[in-house]
Design a protein around this ligand. Structure first.
Ligand SMILES: NC(=O)c1ccc[n+]([C@@H]2O[C@H](COP(=O)([O-])OP(=O)(O)OC[C@H]3O[C@@H](n4cnc5c(N)ncnc54)[C@H](OP(=O)(O)O)[C@@H]3O)[C@@H](O)[C@H]2O)c1
Length: 250
């Protein structure tokens, strides 16, 4: 059965940038003058995924702010060592003026994030429901996709699912320049066109082909137990899955 995940966007137009650390492909020369739409990213979570994303985003010349579970002073050292160039800030200061907020906290800790701060923001949900780590979470048990639940919790935020189906260690190592035969594709799912476009651009700029995977309701396909979770796929392979497969219940 098809998910009917038709991309309303054209990822091809995201194929180059002045700030991209990746050499530009020949066919992207026409867009070399593109300015990045997003400059400032706040990441909640200074753990494995949060710091890996901070590193690649710094390399792609974003201004990166990292928020910990406590005061900024508690993660200053770890951020300076694991993601040089990123800055540790308290939540309110990090979110203020951020174009994108990434939630890279364990799902069972989501309630410890001050949701009101995220109102009106583009929020990237990289979280997975992993019962051995998260325990049993009644809000998420049995759902086909966790991001719609996250979206309901974060009323007023525009939630986009991305970076959840790649291991943190691969975020550092698997980025490639446009056109490289080993360039890996990563999926982006969401319901808000503008928010999805910003995240597609961000995925591209950190070295991956960005594939639109449908709305949040379809994002279960990207989660644990789904066909793309932890699997290295190029654009054609990932597009095949997002167009042909349906998510399983958790
Ligand atoms: N590991 C992977 O390869 C991978 C890949 C894709 C997606 N994910 C998903 O990404 C999420 C994070 O995974 P992870 O492996 O990075 O976990 P992790 O290494 O345990 O890091 C999570 C971090 O979030 C912090 N945190 C908790 N509550 C917070 C809050 N309210 N504000 C800011 N920071 C807070 C934790 O701080 P404290 O330790 O002080 O609580 C910890 O530093 C999970 O949902 C996971 O399923 C993981």
């Amino acid at each position: 059965m098809s998910t009917n995940a038709r991309p309303p966007y054209s990822p091809a137009r995201l194929s180059s940038s002045r700030i991209s650390p990746w050499p530009l492909s020949e066919d992207s020369a026409s867009s070399q003058e593109n300015e990045p739409t997003v400059r400032t990213v706040a990441i909640f979570g200074a753990g494995r995924v949060g710091t890996a994303l901070a590193r690649v985003l710094v390399a792609a010349q974003y201004d990166v702010r990292v928020v910990g579970s406590g005061p900024a002073s508690a993660i200053e050292l770890i951020v300076s060592v694991l993601a040089p160039g990123a800055v540790a800030l308290d939540a309110a200061a990090a979110v203020d003026g951020a174009d994108i907020v990434i939630l890279a906290v364990p799902l069972h800790k989501i309630d410890s994030v001050e949701f009101a701060l995220l109102r009106g923001k583009v929020v990237v949900d990289v979280m997975n429901y992993w019962e051995p780590i998260d325990g049993s979470l009644p809000d998420f048990a049995g759902v086909q996709a966790t991001s719609p639940v996250v979206s309901e919790m974060l009323a007023g935020a525009r939630v986009v699912k991305a970076f959840n189906h790649i291991g943190y260690h691969d975020i550092d190592t698997d980025g490639r320049e446009v056109g490289h035969p080993e360039r890996r594709a990563l999926a982006v799912a969401g319901d808000n066109e503008e928010a999805v476009a910003l995240v597609l651009e961000m995925v591209h700029r950190v070295g991956f082909d960005a594939v639109y995977a449908g709305g949040l309701a379809q994002s279960g396909l990207l989660e644990a137990g789904g066909p793309v979770f932890g699997v290295r796929l190029d654009r054609a392979g990932l597009e095949h899955h997002v167009n042909q497969d349906v998510p399983a219940s958790r």
